[in-house]
Design a protein around this ligand. Structure first.
Ligand code: TRP
Length: 449
């Protein structure tokens, strides 16, 4: 059976794919400004600690369940227990996971389409096609729809290739490109006037900010989104991992890469914002905080690029290419969740599973585009604020309470004969059993009130 499934050919291929899933729009448009507004280096240190104490164990729960069962989320969670009712609860959780992954993709593809559009508009504008440039940069249903469909087509094309020839191959190509582009852009921006002010804002530690409970809750929420947890993306990637790999180590490498790229993005975003500031571009909101997220990407950065003439065109193209790559390596991991289910549970070929899942998600995404004001924010909130943390709790409960400890140990022993004596074995089971569900519940409750 395993032979029929895909499997990552190399450890590096897996790490690039899983880190590609984790590194996405959130790392670049959210993390750096969040860090700068919340205590700089003090935020970075706290975030690192939180990510390793709480998000990493949840990541391990998904990777280990996936690797153990070598199945999609629905069948994996449905097979951890012998009790029919627990099995059904597992399947239901899996179905909710794949619906949530699909919902996240339906709004993510719209935003990612804008990245493609902005990326193409700069070279087109430089070549003189002004009307196309304007069309690509102006918010309108027809543009949003076209770009979303192009982005979905790209995502489907990669997933169609399967695990080795699609996901792994493209992650191995795109992730190094992302890293190089990010470093090159940061190095260039750091030479411009005003950049060092941005660096200081980003890094000077202010520990008074990070001790507030609001802050801790925010940071944890973003760690969960950033590591793509709860909806089965990491579970399905884990299921394609070879039995010879030591999961706690590769999981730590994935988490480190996600956090590392988020921190690195700060070396581009904060200096760029203060370069823009020095050139008269507004970078603060009315409350005096730094502009972030979509305003940062689609107003502040373009205003900065506009002040830089020819080099601005190059920078802008590279920057939006970076954003598009970050989005694509994440979107393929979301689409793989329903696709793997359709293949393994309903016997579809990869081609028809990709067409059906991609087609349905694109249709729903189109609905969001056409009812943007009512649906967009709603879908984001339902999928990421409520559904994702709830499912995160469920996955931890399955790993900590349903999965038998001897089965878990034998899973760890596949790649490490002395796993019984490892620190991981002594700490992690208690963590997923007690600490993760409790903390995630607290975050969720706090976000409700
Ligand atoms: N982690 C990605 C980001 O930071 C987004 C992402 C990919 C995701 N797969 C996911 C988020 C699954 C939630 C669930 O942008």
């Amino acid at each position: 059976m395993t032979a029929l499934r895909g499997e990552f050919r190399s450890r590096l291929g897996f790490i690039f794919a899983a880190a590609g899933s984790a590194v996405g729009l959130g790392n670049i448009w959210g993390f750096p400004t969040q860090a700068a507004s919340n205590g700089g280096a003090a935020f970075l240190i706290t975030y690192l600690v939180l990510a390793f104490l709480l998000a990493y164990p949840a990541l391990m729960a998904e990777l280990l369940i996936g690797r153990h069962t070598h199945r999609n989320m629905v069948m994996a969670l449905g097979s951890l227990s012998d009790d029919p009712r627990t099995q059904r609860a597992g399947q239901l959780t899996g179905v909710l996971g794949l619906l949530t992954a699909s919902l996240i993709l339906s709004f993510y593809a719209i935003v990612a389409g804008w990245m493609l559009g902005y990326g193409a508009s700069y070279p087109l504008g430089a070549m003189g096609s002004e009307s196309t440039e304007n069309w690509l940069n102006t918010f309108a249903a027809s543009r949003n729809l076209t770009l979303m469909l192009i982005f979905m087509a790209l995502t489907m094309a990669v997933v169609l290739g399967g695990v080795e020839k699609g996901i792994e191959r493209w992650s191995r190509r795109l992730m190094p490109l992302l890293l190089i582009t990010l470093v090159a852009l940061a190095l260039y921006v750091l030479t411009l006037e005003g950049a060092t002010t941005g660096l200081a804002v980003y890094l000077l530690p202010d520990f008074s900010k990070v001790l507030s409970s609001d802050f801790l809750i925010d940071a944890l929420g973003s760690a969960f989104f950033s590591l793509s947890l709860g909806v089965g993306t990491m579970l399905i990637y884990g299921s394609y991992l070879s039995d010879t790999e030591h999961v706690p180590t590769v999981g730590a490498q994935v988490a480190l890469m996600d956090i590392g790229i988020a921190i690195l993005a700060g070396f581009l975003i904060l200096p760029a914002m203060y370069v823009a500031d020095a050139r008269g571009v507004a970078i603060f909101n009315e409350a005096g905080g730094l502009l972030s997220e979509d305003t940062l990407i689609f107003s502040v950065m373009p205003a900065l690029f506009a002040t830089l003439d020819t080099s601005g065109t190059w920078l802008a193209t590279a920057f939006f290419m970076l954003m598009s790559i970050a989005a694509l390596t994440s979107s393929i991991s979301m689409l793989e969740v329903p696709v793997a289910y359709l293949i393994e549970r309903h016997g579809l070929t990869r081609a028809s599973a990709t067409t059906w899942a991609g087609g349905i998600i694109a249709t729903f995404s189109g609905l969001i585009v056409l009812n943007f004001d009512t649906l967009f924010g709603l879908v984001v909130t339902i999928s990421t604020r409520y559904s994702q943390p709830l499912l995160g709790i469920a996955v931890c409960v399955f790993a900590g309470w349903v999965w038998r400890r001897d089965a878990l140990l034998s899973e760890l022993q596949k790649a490490d004969a002395s796993a019984e004596h490892s620190l991981f074995w002594q700490v992690w089971p208690i963590y997923v059993r007690w600490i993760c569900p409790v903390i995630i519940s607290v975050i969720l409750l706090q976000s409700l009130v």
